[in-house]
Design a protein around this ligand. Structure first.
Ligand code: FAD
Length: 398
């Protein structure tokens, strides 16, 4: 915890309680404002910084709270229960900062991770391009070496948090490398570097309190030391392990919220001389939802524990490079995204015609949860990856 911040709590249970309290008192009940498409409400998240809990996963050696991924599952679920867009804004820096933490030079880590905990900043990852979203091997942003610097040129289609992030981790390709894997790089670009420019903020249909931006790079020069150590495509696979698991936890939180609004509605909805809550079909639907929610949470926790186990090994950067994408992280995002979508469908039907209007928040939850199977590679691509890496006989795996 950075010394300037209040040390709120020590145990993960107390931290979770602090997040739950924050989510319920600051975020919950403001669906319409969060859904308005206004600028990301960063000032609302300041209390987390004051408690030393913004970017709660950052290592203690850089002033962070150092929480593990298993502790993060319920934190994200609580945040997403109140507002999925806020949960997305708050967790997505884990993708870029964990890549810096694992593969950045000691100087980069000291400068940028310490600043994040001291100042309460955000970071962003920029992989996707018009022709390279799920399949980053197609990216066209170029990296050119110039003396002690590297120069970036290209256009990044989608990047969450980059409109206000303190640093960007940009994926680019250099020409002339003999080995293909060595031609992809992850480069840290500090905020305000000339040549890096936000083109626009996308008007998304869900997660509308988050900010996702298109960013261009025109002769953007950064020191060579800002290039992370290791093959870029592997580095992003590793980084995506943590964010994919926590994006699964967004679906978990939204699904819990849908269950609860359905329950509230059923208590008052008149039906054939009774109320909906007394109806056996309703009971069956909510029983099914509870089963799905329980399994989503268990899957998130299993994957998060596997991640934490690797982080506890002697050399996590090397072990992660060896493993790449964890099967459990891939299946968590897919399973939670698909199951969350099923829950949202049942939930939206529950409210009849009103469920199809914007008068009720269920439409927001449906749009929010839609993102889970799209961001960080769509399900078609992940299914193929799971097949190639984990289903094919070992001698045929790619
Ligand atoms: C809210 C939001 C936030 C985002 N934030 C970020 C961010 O911070 N950083 C970042 O880099 N990106 C970000 N993205 C981009 C996101 O990761 C990509 O949109 C996603 O990976 C899908 O890639 P794509 O858009 O290129 O679509 P594609 O992958 O091109 O998908 C389009 C269609 O092609 C199909 N398809 C593609 N490949 C295959 C295949 N191999 N086999 C079969 N079918 C295939 C898909 O199933 C789909 O039907 C964000 C996107 C959203 C919506």
């Amino acid at each position: 915890m950075h010394p300037e911040n209040q040390a709120p709590t020590s145990s993960p249970q107390e931290v979770l309680r602090a997040f739950r309290e924050f989510a319920r008192t600051t975020l919950l009940g403001h669906d319409a404002e969060f859904d308005s498409g206004a600028e990301p409400p960063l000032e609302l998240y300041q209390p987390l910084h004051k408690m030393g809990l913004l970017n709660w996963w950052l290592p203690t050696e850089y002033g962070g709270a150092g929480l593990g991924l298993a502790d993060s599952v319920d934190i994200v679920s609580e945040l997403a229960y109140a507002d999925a867009g806020s949960a997305f804004t708050l967790l997505i820096s884990i993708l870029s900062s964990s890549m810096v933490s694992l593969y950045g030079s000691p100087e980069l880590k000291e400068e940028f991770l310490t600043a994040m905990t001291r100042d309460g900043g955000y970071s962003a990852a920029l992989g996707s391009e018009r022709e390279a979203g799920s399949e980053l091997i197609n990216l066209t942003t170029t990296l050119t070496r110039r003396g002690d610097n590297v120069v970036l040129n290209g256009e990044k289609m989608f990047s969450t948090n980059s409109g206000f992030a303190d640093y960007l981790v940009v994926f680019a390709k250099s020409a002339g490398e003999r080995e293909k894997a060595a031609s992809y790089h992850a480069v840290l670009v500090p905020r305000g570097t000339p040549g890096a420019q936000v083109v626009k903020r996308w008007d998304m249909i869900g997660l509308r309190s988050a900010g996702t931006y298109q960013v261009s790079f025109a002769d953007c020069v950064v020191p060579r030391g800002n290039v992370l150590n290791g093959p870029g495509l592997k580095i992003i696979e590793v980084g995506l392990n943590s964010s994919r698991i926590l994006i699964g936890a967004i679906a978990l939180g939204v699904a819990r919220r849908i269950r609860d609004v359905c329950l509230d509605y059923a208590i008052t909805k008149p039906l054939a001389g009774h109320t909906l809550i007394e109806n056996a079909v309703f009971a069956s639907k909510l029983g099914q939802m509870e089963m799905q929610i329980e399994v989503m949470r268990n899957q998130c926790l299993t994957a998060a524990r596997e991640y934490d186990d690797v982080m506890a090994m002697a050399d996590p950067p090397a072990e992660f490079l060896r493993r790449g994408a964890l099967r459990s992280a891939l299946t968590t995002k897919m399973f939670c995204g698909q199951t969350g979508w099923q829950i949202a469908t049942v939930g939206s039907e529950m409210f009849g015609g009103l469920g199809y209007t914007t008068d009720l928040p269920i439409s927001k939850y449906l749009r929010d949860i839609r993102a889970v199977t799209i961001v960080e590679a769509g399900d078609d691509v992940l299914r193929e990856l799971v097949f190639r890496r984990f289903v094919l006989p070992p001698n045929r795996r790619i």
